[in-house]
Design a protein around this ligand. Structure first.
Ligand code: DAK
Length: 255
């Protein structure tokens, strides 16, 4: 099963279960998770959601590179738009609080998913980054928008342009995650965070979520989708993704 689901006393835990591929997001995972968020939103027994990845090595190591390596620009644009609508916006716009529990790698689409959640609790082993430009692509699931919203433009620029990974202490210091705990304590800490939110009035929580989101423009997301698709037409994209699959360093032809 690609997604494990467990409901206990109003708290739904959704676990992306593809540990052999470090829980990479292929289209099936995206659709399954999207359906699960819809079901949770409609289920009065669910008061909050914890979103996590199976195994300790990764929350989610990104979009499935093997799946999109041979896409053209139009397919890239369509998939970015579809993915944003199906999953990333749906998580962010969910009117029940969503807490991401992040252990190990949260890279690319994985970090974008964690950023779409409302609160992030990480283990001290977490490694986070947007490595897309090292693959010849750009963040396509809202990362160019949500990272600056969370940590500010300057630091977000640095992370996106260098493609480097951040450790948990740095992520905490810049506000990318809300709390860092030892790995063994992560499930309990994420649950405690969710339950401390869930004890509050559900209608007030839903309205507060809406009000916070109302302050952010949607224009940047549309621009990201356009630029993301265009990047799929470049030699840099072909080289970056092929190099990942062949497990070698890319040699970017550039312009
Ligand atoms: N996709 C597919 N498979 C992945 C993967 C990924 N993102 N990440 C890891 N895997 C697979 C590896 O290929 C390997 O599979 P086998 O070789 O065993 O078959 C298995 O998971 C274990 O990974 P490693 O052997 O590489 O494990 P290591 O401990 O050596 O390294 C690592 C861990 C996280 C440093 C490494 O796996 C890594 O660099 N992974 C890729 C990280 C990354 O660049 N993620 C993608 C970022 S770009 C799109 C919209 C948005 C996006 C894309 C498309 N469309 C709308 C089309 C966003 C793109 C991204 O997320």
């Amino acid at each position: 099963m690609l997604l494990l689901s467990d409901l206990q006393d109003g708290l739904l835990t959704l676990t992306i279960n593809r540990p052999e591929a470090l829980n990479a997001l292929n289209s099936e995972v995206i659709q399954t998770l999207s359906d699960a968020i819809d079901a949770a939103a409609a289920n009065a027994d669910v008061r909050a959601i914890v979103l996590t990845g199976a195994g300790e090595k990764a929350f989610v190591a990104g979009a499935d590179i093997k799946e999109f390596a041979d896409f053209n620009g139009e397919q890239g644009k369509e998939l970015a738009a579809r993915g944003q609508r199906l999953l990333f916006d749906k998580v962010e716009q969910c009117r029940k609080p969503v807490v991401a529990a992040v252990s190990g790698f949260a890279l690319g689409g994985g970090l974008e998913l964690a950023m779409a959640a409302h609160v992030r609790v990480a283990s001290d082993t977490a490694r986070m980054g947007l490595p897309e430009v090292s693959l010849g692509v750009i963040p396509g699931y809202g990362g160019t928008q949500r990272l600056p919203q969370l940590i500010g433009k300057g630091k977000a620029m640095e992370l996106i342009l260098t493609a480097r990974m951040m450790k948990a202490d740095e992520a905490l210091a810049c506000g990318l995650v809300n709390q860092v705990v030892p790995l063994a304590e992560l499930p309990a800490a994420a649950e405690a965070m969710a339950r401390s939110i869930m004890k509050n009035a559900p209608t007030a929580l839903a309205t507060a979520l809406d009000a916070v989101l109302a302050g952010y423009s949607r224009e940047g997301f549309a621009a990201e989708i356009e630029s993301f698709g265009a990047q799929f037409e470049t030699e840099d994209f072909k080289e970056g993704t092929q190099a990942f699959i062949a497990k070698r360093k890319p040699q970017f032809p550039g312009r």
